[in-house]
Design a binder for this molecule. Structure first.
Ligand code: SAH
Ligand code: ZN
Length: 675
């Protein structure tokens, strides 16, 4: 749909705050620009180690061709901002074709080439490489391929197909391929912390000595396929035990050979110590030249020192079956990959199972496909669970309780003290998972799931309305304030509400690295990327929210103040119908560069506080221990992050807009000595 001749489309979107549908006008590239702004392109460009190693490999390859009296015909697959093509141009390549499969990015590349006066040397084709035809898109085959189409899993962006197709159709026989090979490694580990993101606890204590049992198929489910990418270096050494030395599982030769889409390798090893094998840590290294002299490595720091980066992390894969082992035990790891992902099986002795039976994991219980790993960590968090139980234990006798929200075990705890619990589970995906737990615990007379709130379905007056709160489709932790809007349409004056109050806090931080992912690129290897910075700046101006979410426990940094309360809402009052503004200031308590401000919400659940922020006292100048079961909000300071000292103040503002369905945040360093 067009609006008055301007380019735009009405898109139907959920108002994440009130939970209702609404129409929003989006311009043609709106989502794409957002996508690019919030993507890893900038972090990639900040990765000096990566950039320099590509640059020198490109130079070496072009010199080598010229030394053989051959022209250097370069093909750059997945050009992104055009960086690697610009490098090739600077190194004297004779022809350069750059292709990019994401059209808005190809447009950006063209623009950047122009800014760098290289547009006439590089031909940009807005296509996936597998659609390129020699004689149509390329005048002739290339003899140098340069490409960086790797993700944390190495092959998740379709690298195997990209190389196979290029080798078969787009490259000369003697072509130099950059990188020339990749080696993939893993290490078997024990980690209850990481495990809690994949396996639900088999039992949860509820009240009066009762237990809630989770269905066996849920407890034993292997989870979903796919990598769990994580800043492994931020995990406390107490939370991981290393059970094997590093094991090389695959080597991919990117030159000429045909890489199989499906491959399995079996590696025997000896357990280094007693433990429970739960997961494997995974990383890879790229050989940038045929001799393997220059290597890009994403190994974790317990293996070797590598630069910090967020566009590639180390990865975790959860084992199909956990395995207890004794030091010195002989074990066999079966590592497999398909076209896009890796998966692992572990055996005590040589596995006798045929490989076909050792397929990729796939969730059969519904839980893993319906909630995120972060959410599962929150559900498994016992300290949080015990807080709920403590509050419930002190409640007066309840006849009827209503629970609002998506997948939660809280209604089952309420069931042990209430006559009936009605769950308003509007999300069809989590509905079935809840039904299975009811069946397993013979609670079908007690816990009733409703797909929608319907007064006639509820027998009697509601004594209490509860929520964790958690909704699957929310982005920010404070979007869960949706409960405020929902329960006021269902509760009477006498109904108790849990949580009854929420508080939004902020904390200025000096981050060690995370801020880099959104900081301007300016010049990279001598090329101007200002136009790219502009685009990101513009897209964030147009965005209705400058705050993004990140799992802050994975990123190091220090607090520059103590937590500052920004806004407080009492759910016992009627929810606002128009904009509500809260303003205040926070005092800097420690000298540093304030490059980010963390934002989170606390829910006052009876006498207990359920936090989505720091889980221990915040001490200025020290690192913060963040809740791992929720992503926190993070606001990156615009332009140059200010250096602050004790005595400085930062003004903050929270705007709750119920019609647009969002919260807006603004932070400003107060001018010193205002006149
Ligand atoms: N070469 C740039 C960007 C790397 S990011 C740099 O090094 O900075 C990878 C890019 O490759 C993404 O923009 C992605 O859209 C693109 N891509 C991945 N596989 C591709 C393929 N087979 N053909 C064309 N583009 C591809
Ligand atoms: Zn499952």
């Amino acid at each position: 749909m067009k609006l008055d001749g301007s380019i735009g489309t009405f898109v139907q979107k959920v108002n994440t705050l009130t939970g209702r549908m609404g129409w929003v006008l989006e311009d043609e590239y709106y989502d794409y620009h957002q996508e690019i702004a919030r993507s890893m392109y900038a972090d990639m460009l900040h990765d000096t180690d990566r950039n320099e190693k590509y640059y020198s490999a490109i130079k070496k390859a072009i010199d080598e061709m010229h030394a053989k009296n051959k022209k250097a015909h370069v093909l750059d697959i997945g050009t992104g901002t055009g960086l690697l093509s610009m490098m090739a141009a600077n190194c004297g390549a004779d022809t350069i074709v750059a292709c990019e499969g994401f059209p808005p990015m190809a447009d950006i590349a063209k623009c950047l080439l122009q800014d760098n006066c290289l547009a006439n040397k590089i031909k940009v084709i807005s296509k996936r490489s597998t659609q390129l035809r020699v004689g149509v898109d390329l005048d002739h085959k290339a003899n140098i391929l340069v490409t960086e189409v790797f993700d944390t899993e190495l092959i998740g962006e379709g690298a195997i197909e990209t190389f196979n197709h290029a080798n078969e159709h787009l490259l000369e026989d003697d072509a130099i391929v950059i990188p020339s090979a990749a080696r993939v490694y893993c290490q078997v580990i024990e980690s209850d912390l990481l495990q809690s993101a994949n396996k639900i606890r088999p039992k949860f204590l509820v009240l009066h000595g009762n237990e809630l049992r989770l269905p066996r198929n849920m407890v034993n489910c292997t989870g979903t396929c796919g990598v769990h990418d994580i800043q492994l270096d931020q995990i406390h050494p107490n939370d991981v035990k290393i059970l094997s030395s590093p094991l090389q599982i695959f080597k991919f030769d990117f030159c000429k050979s045909v890489i199989p889409y499906n491959e399995t390798s079996k590696i025997s090893f000896e357990a280094l110590t007693n433990g429970m094998c739960t997961s494997v840590a995974f990383w890879w290294e790229l050989d940038m030249d045929a001799a393997g002299e220059t290597v890009i490595s994403i190994a974790p720091s317990f293996v070797k020192v590598t630069p910090w980066r967020d566009h590639w992390m180390q990865a975790i894969y959860h084992l199909h079956k956990t395995l207890p082992v004794k030091q010195g035990a002989q074990l066999e790891l079966v590592a497999s990959h398909d076209k896009y992902s890796n998966f692992f099986h572990l055996f005590e002795k040589q596995s006798t199972k045929p490989i076909e039976e050792l397929g990729p994991p796939s969730c059969t219980c519904g839980l893993h496909t319906s909630i995120s790993r972060t959410r599962l960590m929150a559900v498994n968090d016992l300290s949080r669970w015990l807080k709920y139980l403590k509050v419930l234990a002190n409640l007066p006798r309840i006849s009827i309780a209503v629970y609002i929200g998506d997948f939660s075990l809280l209604p089952f705890a309420v069931a042990s003290i209430a006559h009936k619990v009605y769950c308003i589970e509007e999300n069809p995906v989590t509905y079935n998972v809840m039904e299975n737990i009811i069946k397993e615990n013979n609670l079908s007379n007690k816990v009733i799931i409703l797909k929608k709130y319907d007064k006639v379905m509820i027998e009697g007056d509601v004594d209490v309305v509860l929520s964790e709160p958690y909704f699957r489709d929310t982005i920010y932790p404070w979007d869960n304030c949706r409960i405020w809007f929902m329960w006021h349409s269902m509760a009477s004056k006498h109904t108790m509400i849990l949580p009854s109050i929420c508080k939004i806090y902020a904390l200025p931080l000096q981050l060690d690295h995370l801020h880099k992912i959104r900081s301007p690129c300016r010049q990279v290897c001598g090329f101007s990327l200002h136009a790219f910075d502009k685009l990101i700046e513009k897209s964030s101006e147009r965005s209705d929210n400058d705050v993004e979410t990140q799992p802050l426990w994975e990123y190091s940094g220090i607090a520059l103040a103590t937590s500052s309360l920004m806004a407080e809402y009492n759910f016992e009052e009627a929810p606002p119908e128009s904009v509500r503004i809260s303003e205040g200031t926070m005092d800097v308590k420690f000298q540093g560069t304030c490059n980010g401000i963390a934002i989170w919400i606390d829910w006052l659940f009876g006498e207990e506080t359920i936090t989505t922020g720091p889980i221990s006292q915040v001490i200025p100048g020290e690192s913060v221990h963040w809740d791992k079961g929720t992503r926190q909000g993070i606001y990156f300071m615009k332009n140059t992050p200010p250096n602050v000292v004790p005595g400085n103040q930062i003004k903050h503002e929270v705007i709750l807009d119920p019609v647009a369905g969002n919260f807006l945040f603004d932070f400003r360093l107060k001018e010193e000595n205002p006149k």
